[in-house]
Structure formats: C-alpha cells, structure tokens
Ligand binder design. Structure first.
Ligand SMILES: [Zn+2]
Ligand SMILES: [Zn+2]
Length: 386
C-alpha cells in the first residue's frame, strides 16, 4: 500500500510550531470555512478539507500534538495498520462550528453526535502496556475491548423480531425539530426531535434482548499488530473498531494508546538506546573486553586503554527500528554506551599498597581542567549531535 507522505500539520493550518490552542482553532475555522465540501465545489475540496481536519484533530489535542512534535506523523497515525487512515467521513460544517463554539475542540474522540445523517458510533480508547522489548521489535497482542455490539436478535433495529420500527409522526422521519426564534433576526434552531430523539423512527414493541437500544454490551478480542519501533504515548488508530452507531451510521474508531514500560538497563532517546556501564580504574587505564547487554542479547565491547569517565561508545544499528508513517521501518538507531569509571571506596590492604605505589609514580601535580569543556558538556554534545 503506497501512501504519499502527509504534509506537515503546521504547514497545513498555516500556523507556527509555537501557535497557541486559540490560534490553531482560529486557523482551522478559517480554512474549514473556505474548503468544506459543503461550500466549496472544487474537485479537491474534499481532500483538502480532510487534510485540514486531520491536522486540526492532532494539533488541538495536547497529547497528540506532543507526540506529533516528537515523532512526526509516525507519532499520531497508524499508517499501514489494517483499516488505518482517515475514515468514517468527516464532520458537517455546522457541526464544526457547533463543536468549536461549544469549546469542545477537535474530533479525535467524537461524541457520536452529528447534526446531519445517521450518527457515528463513539470512538473508544484502549490503553496498552508493552514492555521495552515489544516496543523495539513489535508484537502481536490480543486486546480485550469492551464495547457495545449491534444486537444480534434485532440486527440493531431495536424492534422485536417480526415487527419493525415505524416512521416518527412528529418529525415525519427526519429526526429533526425546527424552532423559529424571534430575535433581531429570525433564528431557526434545529434540534433532535423530542419524540424519537433524533432517530426518525419509533419502536412500538422493543426487542427483548436489547430493550430497544439496538446494542448490547459485549467484549471482543482484537489481534493488534504493534509495529516495531513504537514509543511511549504513540496512538494506533483502528478505524471502525469503536462502538457501532445506534442509528445505522458508521462505527466509531478505536484508539490504542501505547505505554512502554521502563527497562531495567536501557533508556530510550528517539531511536537510540542508552546504556550506562561502570568499569574500574584498572579497566579504564589498561583497556578491557567486557560483555554488555543489547536488546538482542549480550555482546562484547572493547574498552580502549585510557578511557575517561563519561566516554560514550556508539554501537551502530543496535538501537530501535525507525518507524515510518506507513508502519514499515527504515534502518535502526544506535546503542550509546556511557562509561563511568568507578573509583573504589574501600581498599584491601594489598590494593592500598598497590595504589600507594602507583601514586608515587603519578606524582602530586594538579592540572586544572579547561573551563567550559567539562564532562557534562561532552555528553550533551555527543547526544545532541546524534
Ligand atoms: Zn435487539
Ligand atoms: Zn421524530
């Protein structure tokens, strides 16, 4: 499945990376007004609007925006995951303003309300814990999702088998009630029909299994493919795996939020894995070959003679796979081994004698370090440049 790289979300909305929530909202409103397919007949209006809406969904949500800032599109989309991508239609233009003026912001987790057409089911969120290793190499994990399922007895209609719902006489099946308010203007407010609650139909004999709701609570197991290289806070969207609509609309989406458990030894920094080790003064001075852990098991590492505390040794390709927006990976990061030289705090009699001898050969001269090039600076330089 070939997907073109999506455009930068900030660029799509034409805002700075430092834009406030209000600025983002304002930019979105302006663009939505121009490009919504309800008001713009250009052939690419729909695509353009989808792009705008997607950018807004991400940038208006603090967590998703943070993930996007750190990881780009890989942080907020599920790329080539089954059923991935933009789905479920998009909000009507009046809904946009309703949501914006209502201050709810964003459609990432929809509330199932739409002012036109059948309502989408609700989006669901599932929090998934993975261990460090699973995050690095990917995993197939069964997740249990509790959601409302379409009732199998009435196939979701809510009517007792053998009967069917009838058209609501109050709204003649439209599901809408119009009210004209006399203010400075004639204001027409459209609300859900109170008789049928916006469904447009009335059930005389409700289905005994779901009591007319059309849905029952059920658990489902979904086999989730976690792609290699996921990081803490990333979201995987499974479209149409959310709750079913109660009025014949499309399902909501399921957002799986990934939580990576910390590792005993490894820390992660984007695609690099940081491992801190300590060696003794003899190993540091004379050099040694030692065994150290990597995510793929132990390997040998050469400590060069004359190693100073704070030295960082880079092991290429031993880091985390670089996850791309389409859920494939391209290359891997590195493992960065930070070496600390341990000075013994307790000495045996023999060690004391040896150190005293050593001390005599080294002399007692104190050489001041050049200012500004301390050990912390070196680590910062090294990590900053990777
Ligand atoms: Zn039923
Ligand atoms: Zn009605």
């Amino acid at each position: 499945m070939e997907r073109t790289m999506p455009r930068d979300y900030y660029e799509v909305l034409g805002v700075q990376r430092t834009a406030s929530k209000d600025e983002i909202k304002q930019a979105f409103r302006q663009l939505a007004r121009q490009h919504h397919p309800d008001v713009n007949n250009a052939p690419d209006a729909e695509d353009r609007f989808k792009e705008i809406n997607e950018a807004y969904q991400v940038l208006s949500d603090d967590n998703r925006r943070a993930a996007y800032d750190r990881f780009g599109h890989a942080g907020v989309t599920n790329g080539g995951m089954p059923g991935g991508g933009f789905s479920g239609g998009f909000p009507g233009i009046d809904e946009i303003f309703e949501e914006l003026f209502g201050g709810l912001g964003g459609f990432g987790f929809n509330t199932g309300r739409r002012s036109r057409g059948p309502a989408r089911g609700r989006d669901l969120r599932h929090d998934l814990k993975v261990d460090f290793q699973q995050a690095v190499f990917g995993a197939e994990i069964d997740i249990e999702v509790n959601r409302r399922e379409k009732c199998d007895m009435c196939s979701g209609s809510g009517a007792k088998p053998g009967t069917s719902p009838r058209k609501c006489p109050e709204c003649n099946g439209s599901g809408q009630a119009r009210r004209v308010q006399q203010t400075f203007f004639n204001m027409v407010t459209v609300t859900d029909c109170p008789r049928c609650r916006g469904k447009g139909e009335i059930i005389d004999s409700p289905c005994p299994k779901c009591t007319g709701i059309g849905a029952v609570l059920g658990g489902r197991t979904i086999k989730l493919k976690v792609p290699p290289g996921v990081d803490d806070g990333m979201q995987i969207r499974l479209s149409s795996e959310g709750e079913p609509s109660t009025s014949g609309g499309p399902n909501g989406d399921l957002y799986v939020v990934v939580h990576v458990e910390p590792h005993e030894y490894f820390k992660r920094r984007n695609h690099d894995i940081i491992l801190e080790i300590s060696v003794n003064v003899a190993q540091a001075a004379l050099g040694d070959v030692i065994s150290i852990p990597t995510v793929e098991g132990d390997i040998e590492l050469t400590i060069p003679a004359g190693t100073q505390s704070g030295k960082v040794i880079r092991q290429r390709g031993k880091g985390v796979p670089k996850l791309r927006p389409d859920a494939t990976t391209a290359g891997r990061g590195d493992q960065l081994v930070v070496v600390t030289v341990e000075v013994p705090s307790k000495l045996t009699k023999e060690q004391r004698e040896l150190f005293e001898k050593l001390g005599q050969t080294l002399g007692r001269e104190v050489i001041p370090q050049k200012a500004g090039r301390g050990f912390l600076d070196r680590i910062a330089d090294f990590l900053g440049g990777s």
